[in-house]
Every structure is written in C-alpha cells, then in structure tokens.
Design a binder for this molecule. Structure first.
Ligand code: GCO
Ligand code: MG
Length: 402
C-alpha cells in the first residue's frame, strides 16, 4: 500500500487547524491533526517541505519504520514542531491501517479496556459565584468531572476565564494580548473557590484545577497543602516543567495529585518525573507527543510507576486529535481521564466525527479508523487567520509564564 499523495490543509473554522491527509494507491486515506497553537504555519511548512517529499512512494503500512525515519532520520530530534509533524503523520497512518483492517482503531490497539472514556469539562466564571453557576450547568449535563477556574480579584483577566462558556479560545488576537499576573492574589483566591464549590456541591464530583505554569515549586507546594482538604482530582501544571527535579519539592510537602505534560513532546520530557513518581497524571497527547506510536510508549512507562493518563483536549486540538485520543483512551490500561473542551459548530462541521458524549463519558464510535474526517470543500471556505496566545507580565512589567 503505497503513499501517493500528502496534503496539508490549513483552515480556520472559528480557529486555526492544520490537517494532514495521506492518500494511498489503494484509495484508502487517513487524516492526522498537526495543529500547534500560535505556530501553525511552522508545522505546515515542515510537513510540506521536509516530510511529504520523503514519504511519497513508501509503504503506508510501515508505521513504526516511518516514525523512526522521521525521528532519528531528521537528526534534529524532539521539539514541538518536529513532534507535531510526526504526530500528524502517525495519526493518519494508524487511521489508514485501521480502515484497511475494517476496524475501529481501539480494536487494533488491543481492544476495549473500558466501556466509556470519563471526561472533564471546563467551568469558568469571572468570580466565584459565576463559576459555581457554571459548575452546576456541567453537573446538569451529566459530567462526573469538572475543571473549575475563576477570575482573581484585582486582575483584569485570568487564565481559563472566558466569555464563551462551552468552549473558549485563548489565542485571541493578531498579536499577543498582554495579561497581568499576581501570584499573591491568586494564591489567596483559589482555596476560597474550592471551599465554596465543596460547600455547595459536596464531594460526589471530581474537581480539577489548572495553574497554567504560574508558580514556583515552593509556592505550588503551599497551594497543594491548602487545597488538600477539598480533594481535587488533580492540580495541573503548577510549575513549568523544564526543571523536572523541581517537582520533588512539591511532592515532599503535599499529597495533592499532580498532572503535567500538555506541552511535552517526547518520553524524554517526562522520564524523570515518571520514574521518580513525581506526578500522578501524564497529560501528553496524540498531536504534540508524536502520535499514537509514541504516546503508547509514554503510557507504558507511566503504568510501571502507577501514573495514569489524562490527555490534553482543549479546543486547539482538532476533532481529529480528539477522535484518535478517544481510541487510545478506550484501550490504554492506565487511563485516568480525558479533557474535553467542546468545539464550535463551525469546527464540528468541518470535521465530521463518530465520537459522542453521554452522561460524562465520551465514546469513540465504531467507524473504522479513528472515526474523524475533514470536509475539504468546507475547510477551504475558512482561510488561515494569524492568532497568538497571550503573554503574561508581573505587575511591574516583568515577563512571566502565561
Ligand atoms: C488546558 C490547556 C489549554 C492551553 C491551550 C494552549 O489545560 O486545556 O492549558 O487551555 O492553554 O491548549 O494552546
Ligand atoms: Mg492545561
């Protein structure tokens, strides 16, 4: 089964997405998500100029060899652009293999380990009262797990708080928006949020929170301690993780479950965190961590150390990534949870998909392949629009992590 064509499709149905479509001489094709928020065209050019020419004529069935060829063969290993490009090709090839076998992808991976994939939704409000109302809406929709974020008093904008409630897009401007951050205000506010939420809703639902890389290890340790009594499912990205050893400090002080890794690209980014059991959930996902082939290796390493998966699933990951992740989640033995931020109607129309939501769970569907396609004609109606993620500064103007 030879690869005869590789298309790179860039479109903006509400937000930018990069999609790879691999076409074989047997007429079977597969699609993969290649979206890297705010750096979309770098991946598109990488795929068009440096990947597609090397793959034409190769056997589409040799997923592993193609993965190794693109990883080892490029000499410049790792990095988000390279690994997103590899992830997209890998996803499309698994799609092809499963379609050729006439099976849903989860069957090819080893079959179902569970009936449904527990997901968490995003409740957010400009203050605690509004966040409580939003959490109530998610509970009414059947969600078992909900991420709660709220505006911080004294700050004009806070990560995770948006006007649109069912989905939101942080890449909101043609040039990066500048936000102001205060660790002190934030640390005072978050325990109050979870105090109110537990008071109102009790302990039957899972609550999660994303710090979005804002703290130092010692600050995160303090926050973890102050949140322990509210029994969070996880505290996410408390600290930027380039310095993996930093997580030892957090672990020495608090038992709050820690989630990390939506920005990780390879097993090397989380090797020490996993082997030293410094985290509880690994957030790497299909598109940014080298596809199904590589994510599977990360999950297997994590399983040895009692660490479970919690794949990233924000709106900047296309429905193709979501579909592939759901097949992975259905199979992976050490599954934890799946993030699910809904896409806009425009996005859903461009990417028809087999997955469905019911009572807090997602189901990948029984279509062969990963069950997500792209409507190329419709995609062509939405040309690329440059959009950046915001940047963050401290109150005195110092650059900080967004
Ligand atoms: C999450 C994430 C996202 C990211 C976004 C950046 O936990 O869902 O932190 O909201 O900010 O994916 O592109
Ligand atoms: Mg996050």
């Amino acid at each position: 089964m030879k690869i005869v064509d590789i298309k790179v499709i860039v479109s903006c149905p509400g937000r930018n997405f990069v999609t790879v479509k691999i076409i074989t001489d047997e007429g079977v094709y597969g699609v993969g998500d290649a979206t890297l928020n705010g750096r979309e065209l770098a991946v598109a050019a990488y795929l068009e100029e440096h990947v597609a020419p090397c793959l034409i004529g190769r056997d589409a069935q040799q997923i592993e060899d193609i993965w190794q060829y693109l990883y080892r063969g490029c000499y410049w290993r790792r990095g988000p652009v390279t690994m997103t490009a590899i992830g997209a090709i890998d996803t499309a090839l698994w799609d092809i293999k499963a379609k050729a076998a006439n099976m849903p992808l989860y069957q090819l991976l080893g079959g179902k380990s569970r009936e449904g994939v527990m997901v968490y939704g995003h409740a957010n409000g400009s203050d605690i009262a509004e966040t409580i109302d939003e959490v109530a809406k998610y509970i009414d929709m059947g969600y078992k797990a909900i991420r709660a974020q709220s505006g911080v008093p004294g700050l004009d904008s806070t990560y995770g708080v948006a006007k649109e409630k069912m989905y939101y897009e942080p890449a909101d401007a043609d040039l990066p928006t500048e936000n102001i951050w205060s660790t002190q205000q934030y640390l005072r506010h978050v325990p109050k949020l979870f105090d109110h939420l537990r008071d109102k809703f009790g302990f039957d639902h899972h609550f999660l929170h994303d710090v979005h890389h804002r703290l130092t290890p010692n600050e995160a340790a303090g926050l973890g301690k102050s949140l322990e009594e509210y029994r969070l499912f996880w505290l996410e990205d408390a600290v930027p993780a380039e310095n993996q050893e930093g997580f030892r400090i957090i672990r020495q002080h608090t038992t709050i479950p820690l989630a990390l890794g939506e920005v990780f690209n390879t097993i090397w980014d989380c090797k020490n965190l996993i082997q030293e059991q410094l985290i509880d959930y690994i957030r790497a996902t299909v598109v940014h961590a080298g596809g199904i082939t590589h994510l599977r290796r990360i999950a297997d390493l994590a399983a040895i150390y009692h660490i479970r998966t919690g794949c990233h699933g924000a709106t900047d990951l296309s429905p193709i990534c979501m579909g592939a992740a759901l097949h992975f989640d259905t199979w992976v033995p050490n599954f934890g949870i799946q993030e699910y931020m809904r896409h806009s109607e425009e996005t859903d129309a461009v990417f028809p998909h087999a997955y469905t939501f019911k009572d807090g769970y997602l189901f990948p569907g029984e279509a062969s392949g990963h069950g997500v396609d792209i409507d190329e004609k419709l995609a062509a109606k939405y040309p690329y629009k440059r959009a950046y993620l915001p940047v963050n500064r401290l109150e005195d103007g110092t650059m900080w992590n967004w």
